[in-house]
Design a protein around this ligand. Sequence first.
Ligand code: SAM
Length: 288
Amino acid sequence: MTDLGNYTNTSEILKKYQFHLQKKYGQNFLIDTNILHKIVEAAQITKEDWVLEIGPGIGTMTQLLAKMAGQVTTVEIDRELIPILEDTLSSYNNVTILCEDILKVDLLALSKENGGRPVKVAANLPYYITTPIIMALLESRMPLVSITVMVQSEVADRMRTGPGTKDYGALSLAVQYFAKPEIVVRVPASCFLPRPNVDSTVVRLTRYKEPPVVVDDEAFFFAVIRASFNQRRKTLANGLANAGSLGVSREQVETALEKMRISKTVRGETFDLERFAELSNLLIHMRE
Ligand code: SAM
């Protein structure tokens, strides 16, 4: 099967099928074999593995994944790409192509259909929905081993940063609660067709067996984090009380902060993972 990871072969396929790239779907196809190999290598895929790929495009990375993995499921939203994928992947019998929006896929059900075995995710993600995809993967209850993905460099930095930087937010905390984030390689825009107007980075998130902090109620913990960052300019006590859905009052938040020996006027963006865990564990029991 032709190696698609270069400009000539990719443009030939696009021409053959008269395929028009869709900006709205974040279609920037990888045309650099070296980078493709780096992603697949970093994903540490073996014949035992089930791999979930998001957004296969014309199947460039899917071909490599199919060679390395036991089974590959690849989810593509653009139905115009399906006949192309059926062609470029025709010589692999271990690939399932789903034409769906990844954000609407029931990930847990998909994993159960695959025998509930551990899953490794690999993808060159569509940048317009990177954060919701990462959050959905982390919060799904799939037996996730790792996520190795190309993202916008700014998002890669957001995943790894801590309090006190402008990039710090709900994504940083969710990633660091579930996984160890590592940079694999920085990728110049020239490696894509067409070139995106942002820098890209491949990151690997390796899921922890146990999260680094103890949280009594995960859903509430994430609701507290989201509420804190939704209202960045407010004090934490006001921010959380204003988010009616949490069911906590300003006084309750202030009491919890007092127990933690933290000023009542503290802002959420100064809190690290440990502090959010402690605060949400205190609040959930006050609420009951
Ligand atoms: N994997 C290919 C590559 O590396 O050349 C294509 C990557 S391109 C950056 C992103 C791909 O995700 C496109 O094929 C796009 O159509 C697809 N996509 C966009 N939104 C999607 C969604 N909500 N669900 C599934 N696929 C999506």
